[in-house]
Design a protein around this ligand. Structure first.
Ligand code: ATP
Length: 569
């Protein structure tokens, strides 16, 4: 912790230095070159790489080609050591795209950049779907299939499974032949077709990848198998000082997968946006590179998949699923702690991908150094790339997140209510969003406008004063079962009677809102259900709360009971 704080203090100092150095850059360039930097700004300095944000790809092309030598020379002189630049596009820097300043109360300082994701720009850059796959497959697929197997410790598996035979290992360690990089096929278009930018700009890489460059193969999986939540994009991600660096690095990685930083590891507490950034990388890569094979997986699913593959003798399919990809996004790596055989398998997956210059992005709830029950060789590998952290957002960022959420979900709430909610919920963004949903649902049920007094009433019970009591899944399940006159076995069982389904979904929703448990962990608590079932339940209850008073009341009453119980413990 102390170490983390000092690292963050150091990075703040460097940001200031970078600002100073940037003024030297501006002073040192001839006017015709300086003009390119009018709307650009330095983002941060990480080791020997200065990340610079520019408003569009055209400017980026200029910085990466014509201006690069001078920029790097002046920065190198300023810092007294070699500095290279990495350029990222932030369209909100374009004065023409900038949102008008918010009227009277300028509480919100951070605005999310409006990413020009090609997904949203069909006319110029259709998203080519190889093999006629649908463009997007719904992310949330309600499934009620119990998991094939409960979460078993992979240690229980036979040590010499074919998946771990020496030959396989050798193959995994071999660098795969990596042909030349194909530039993004869907670079954002520029208004003026100037000859110079007909060439795609050079990649963002700050150092050439060790074994040549990656090439994206035609995908073998469908769009749906990337399993990306359509809501988690860079466009919907609000940037603040707490996540600015992680965001900039994520954009850089998505623009030059396998080249900019490999692996990228994002760490931070629960509910701070790690999963969101992983999905956003996936979307952006897919929109830039035709046919890029992207796979998102939580470490829990990876573990289960591995166990099932061994059980069903499907090692080869398992390996193909995770190794024949261009970008592997692996969430909550801390889940692999203590799981020796899954770590072993992941180690070889990592090596195969890294050797072939395929991008790996990892999230964790802690810095790699603190993943004590993870093998050293894995932790070392995580340190090969770029490690970025996400801190809890400050008040302004929390308000900006609520504004964005309200806009995307079409929820109406005046600024003072958003400020009130943001001041009450300080650490977890999932909880922040949950509070907004409850306030707006309550107003909609009562056909009342959303105002401060209403928000105060709704949040009084949700967020009690004083220290936050720890809520567990068993408390939620116990309270829900007794409230509905059911047993815990009923909640975990397979009956689909209407009352039972609603009770189960409410309990899952509350686990999501009141605990830090991941989706697969919650599914596991409810009789080994799939994580998509939990996602469906969360969405369903959010919707029902604003449509049915009975459901709103049930959720509110249960929250009170659960929090009360937690306080007594
Ligand atoms: N900067 C942000 N801008 C907009 N929404 C955000 C931001 N950060 C987090 N969120 C939202 O907060 C919710 C929780 O985020 P997410 O699931 O990515 O957190 P996490 O760090 O992966 O948590 P966990 O470790 O519990 O899985 C999501 O709905 C996400 O969209």
């Amino acid at each position: 912790m102390v170490e983390d704080q000092s690292a963050s203090a150091e990075s703040k100092a460097e940001v200031n230095d970078l600002d100073v150095a940037w003024t030297r850059v501006l002073a040192g360039l001839p006017p015709n070159q300086r003009a390119w930097l009018t709307n650009s700004r330095p983002v941060t300095l990480h080791e020997s790489t200065a990340i610079v944000a520019v408003p569009d790809d055209f400017t980026r092309g200029q910085l990466e080609t014509r201006l690069r030598p001078d920029l790097e020379r002046i920065l190198t002189e300023s810092f007294g050591r070699d500095i290279r630049i990495a350029v990222t596009v932030d369209p909100s820097l374009d004065p023409e795209l900038r949102e008008p300043a918010p009227a009277p109360q300028p509480v919100v300082r951070e605005q999310a950049p409006v990413y020009q994701s090609p997904i949203n720009q069909p006319p110029n850059r259709p998203l080519t779907q190889p093999f006629g796959q649908p463009v997007e497959q719904p992310y949330e697929q309600p499934q009620h299939q119990p998991m094939q197997q409960p979460y078993e410790q992979p240690q229980q598996q036979p040590a010499q499974h074919p998946m771990h035979q020496p030959l396989q290992h050798q193959q995994a360690e071999q660098p795969a032949a990596a042909p030349a990089l194909q530039e993004p096929t869907h670079r954002p278009q520029q208004p003026e077709p100037i000859q110079q930018i007909q060439q795609p700009p050079p990649p963002l890489s700050v150092a050439p990848p060790p074994n040549g460059s990656a090439q994206f193969q035609p995908p073998t999986d469908s769009q749906g198998e990337a399993r990306l939540n359509p809501k988690y994009t860079f466009e919907t991600f609000v940037i603040g000082s707490s996540n600015r660096f992680a965001h900039a690095a994520a954009v850089a990685v998505a623009e030059a997968p396998g080249k900019a930083y490999n692996p990228q590891l994002i760490y931070g507490d629960s509910g701070l946006g790690k999963t969101h950034l992983l999905h956003a990388i996936g979307h952006y890569v897919r929109s830039l590179y035709t046919g890029a094979r992207v796979r998102y997986v939580s470490s829990e699913e990876f573990t289960n998949d591995f166990i099932n593959a061994i059980r069903d003798d499907k090692a080869a399919q398992f390996q193909r699923r995770y190794r024949d990809v261009d970008v592997l996004l692996i969430d909550d790596i801390q889940f692999l702690e203590g799981k020796i055989q899954t770590q072993e398998e992941f180690f070889h997956t990592f090596n195969t991908l890294h050797n072939a210059n395929k991008q790996i992005v990892i999230s964790s709830d802690r810095a790699p150094k603190r993943l004590e029950a993870l093998e050293d060789r894995l932790r070392n590998r995580f340190e090969w790339g770029l490690i970025t952290d996400i801190q809890p957002p400050d008040l302004e960022t929390r308000i900006a997140i609520l504004r964005k959420k309200a806009a995307t979900e079409r929820l109406t709430a005046p600024p003072e209510v958003l400020e009130f909610i943001a001041s009450k919920v300080q650490t977890n963004i999932r909880e922040l969003e949950g509070a907004l949903i409850r306030v707006t649902a309550f107003a909609s049920l009562n056909r009342q406008p959303v105002d401060l007094s209403l928000a105060e009433i709704v949040l009084k019970d949700l967020i009690p004063e004083g220290s936050k009591p720890e809520v567990t899944a068993s408390m939620i399940m116990g309270q829900t079962a007794s409230y509905f006159g059911l047993s815990i076995d009923d909640l975990c069982g397979s009956s689909r009677s209407r009352v039972l389904v609603t009770a189960r979904q409410i309990a899952m929703y509350l686990c999501r809102e009141l605990t830090d448990l991941s989706l697969p962990k919650i599914g596991q608590q409810f009789g080994g259900r799939d994580h998509t079932t939990v996602m469906h339940a969360e969405r369903k209850i959010r919707q029902l709360m604003s449509e049915r008073r009975s459901v709103f009341n049930q959720v509110t009453e249960l929250t009170n009971r659960i929090k009360h119980q937690a306080k007594q413990q």
